[in-house]
Design a protein around this ligand. Structure first.
Ligand SMILES: Nc1ncnc2c1ncn2[C@@H]1O[C@H](COP(=O)(O)OP(=O)(O)O)[C@@H](O)[C@H]1O
Ligand SMILES: [Mg+2]
Length: 166
């Protein structure tokens, strides 16, 4: 099994503290981790403390992780598939009441072996480990509203890109 480590500068550590806390919270709640890589906890690295995650590969036999942005930009997936996968991801996020602070095409990895599927690899929980985060943790409605906004923004971006290609 391959892993990725997220470590680095000061700001990253705070984000990791949120990610770890939130991942444990989701596990406790029994959330199905069908679109989120598993988080194994902390590791010391030469650039500081970091979190270890399972790495999501786009193909079973190739060590490559394609972001949704790249897969769409390089026409490996078409517009319908992109929309369908995004709908599925957003339904999952909404159903499980997951806080997503940054739903963007670069934070999503697409797997293309078997049924194509999206994994959210970044932007879960939030960036700051503050009282706002603690409130959001308990407020699914705010989260759903924000998710819809972010989803719409991506759809706009996709449409813009398609028009550029015409
Ligand atoms: N679990 C993962 N599996 C595969 N690729 C990943 C994973 N986590 C991150 N990546 C890749 O690394 C890139 C940067 O990671 P990310 O967590 O988004 O950091 P940041 O946006 O803060 O630089 C992502 O866009 C993605 O391509
Ligand atoms: Mg990112």
């Amino acid at each position: 099994m391959y892993k990725v480590t997220k470590a680095g500068l000061k700001g990253k550590l705070e984000q990791s503290l949120v990610e770890y806390d939130y991942f444990e919270f989701l596990k406790q709640r029994g959330v199905l981790l069908s679109h989120i890589p598993y988080c194994h906890g902390w590791i010391e690295t030469n650039i500081g403390k970091g979190l270890v995650y399972d790495r999501v590969f786009s193909y079973k036999n190739r060590k490559e992780s394609l972001t949704l942005k790249r897969a769409f930009g390089e026409k490996m997936i078409d517009i319908n598939l992109t929309h369908n996968m995004l709908d599925e991801l957003c339904r999952f996020i909404s159903k499980e009441r997951i806080i997503v602070s940054d739903l963007s095409m670069s934070n999503i990895i697409v797997t293309l072996d078997g049924k194509p599927k999206l994994y959210l690899v970044d932007g879960i929980g939030g960036r700051d480990f503050d009282y706002k985060y603690k409130i959001k943790k308990r407020m699914p409605f705010y989260t759903r509203y924000k998710l819809k906004q972010q989803h719409r923004k991506i759809i706009k971006w996709i449409e813009f890109e398609l028009n550029q290609l015409k």
